[in-house]
Ligand binder design. Structure first.
Ligand code: COD
Ligand code: ZN
Ligand code: ZN
Length: 376
């Protein structure tokens, strides 16, 4: 290809400083270095975490930055040492790597790869440099994905190669929202047939948890959200009941306990507030209920629980990106989608041209969208 080895100029959404809306700019994207891949992003979803970057909620993130981590695209070129993909392959950038070699990757018990970008709080590439410049300034990466740029550079350990027939405008949701929720139910909680579940937060992640609970055969699936507009879709996807904490005087955990006898078998928190995390934990059945934390509260937040509630048998666990070892799991989930075993289309409420990214953020913040997909 004519672009191989050259700097590519393309459009990207740059967040120049925390609190400022992303602005569409022309950026220069350098060629991939060793064990890196340059990708043409075709479609990208907007996730709550991207909104947190816009708002400046991550103290470790440097600006100016290109956010975005729920994308899908086509390999443009590969750097030295890359054998996993070749130009023309369809891929999904992974918000978390799977190096396949570290002690965590070698353990079946966790997906927390130790080569994570979290060890590089300066949000640069693994070699501590950036591939993006704009108006003569270095622009920072985000999660090694930066899908809010038409071309982006990604380490090869953070890429999943997918079916060549996969529709990229849909499967971009496999980059975050869907696997995060679905995996929390299937992998982390391991919901059993006949069990009762409560899902706090009915955004894209919470709805994906509902899909996981339904697939696992749960008999009661109770959705909890303060925005009742979310109830219709939740019911469509398998929620048997939906409740708003604002409709009750007593704490929502007491309401759930009354509805179910002594609490639910599995509770999930997909909001990212410590008060709803505590409520989800207390909604679990005394003695054996399991609470799974999925949402990520603001940096520095602390959760307060009474130790005896754990000693008496309730469990409090959490997961990250649904517990999947992403490079292994995402291609299989995409195949399941192609075989119509799972449906993610229902999560896409809006499709917008990339230039309307700001509208996409507004739709998310006003609670009107589940997922907006931006097309380049
Ligand atoms: N009580 C009940 N519902 C509430 C409350 C409340 N106090 N506050 C908000 N809600 C509802 C909102 O109305 C909304 O429907 C829902 O909670 C939240 O949904 P969204 O659309 O804002 O967010 P999602 O579904 O896209 O993502 C939510 C997470 C919190 C799970 C996510 O953003 C997150 O924290 N991720 C970090 C953890 C992780 O795995 N990250 C991977 C990369 S993102
Ligand atoms: Zn690893
Ligand atoms: Zn996300």
């Amino acid at each position: 290809m004519a672009t191989v080895g050259k700097v590519i100029k393309c459009k990207a959404a740059i967040i120049w400083e925390a609190g400022k809306a992303p602005s569409i700019e022309e950026v220069e994207v350098a060629p991939p270095r060793s064990h890196e891949v340059r990708v043409k992003i075709v479609a990208t979803g907007i996730c709550r975490t991207d909104d947190h970057v816009v708002k400046g909620f991550f103290p470790d993130i440097n600006y100016p930055v290109i956010a975005g981590h729920e994308g899908a695209g086509i390999v443009e070129s590969v750097g030295p040492g890359v054998t996993y993909v070749k130009p023309g392959d369809k891929i999904i950038p992974l918000s978390f790597p799977q190096c396949g070699e570290c002690t965590c990757c070698l353990s079946p018990k966790t997906n927390f790869c130790l080569k994570t970008h979290m060890k590089h709080p300066q949000n640069l590439m693994p070699d501590k440099t950036s591939r993006f410049t704009c108006r003569g300034k270095q622009i920072y990466h985000f999660l090694w994905t930066s899908t809010f740029s038409e071309y982006t550079v990604i380490p090869d350990i953070s890429i999943a190669k997918i079916d060549k027939n996969a529709p990229l405008d849909k499967v971009c949701l496999f980059g975050c929202g869907f696997p995060t929720g679905y995996g929390a139910a299937i992998n982390t909680a391991k919901v059993e047939p006949g069990s009762s579940c409560a899902i706090f937060g009915l955004g894209g992640v919470g709805l994906s948890i509902i899909m996981g609970c339904k697939t696992a055969g749960a008999s009661r699936i109770i959705g909890v959200d303060i925005n009742k507009d979310k109830f219709t879709k939740a019911r469509e996807l398998g929620a048997t009941e939906c409740i708003s904490p604002e409709d009750f005087k007593k704490p929502i955990n007491e309401v759930l306990a009354e509805m179910t006898g002594l609490g639910v078998d599995y509770a999930f928190e997909a909001i990212g507030h410590t008060d709803t995390e505590a409520a989800a934990f207390l909604s679990c059945h005394l003695g054996h209920g399991v609470c799974v934390l999925v949402g990520d509260p603001p940096a520095g937040a602390k959760l307060s629980i009474i130790p005896f509630q754990l000693m008496s048998g309730r469990k409090l666990i959490g997961c990250f990106l649904g517990g999947w070892k992403l490079r292994d799991a995402i291609p299989k989930l995409v195949s399941d989608y192609m075989e119509k075993k799972i449906n993610i289309d229902v999560l896409i409420t809006h499709v917008l041209p990339f230039e309307k990214i700001d509208e996409g953020f507004q739709l998310l913040c006003s609670g009107k969208s589940i997922r907006s997909v931006l097309l380049y």
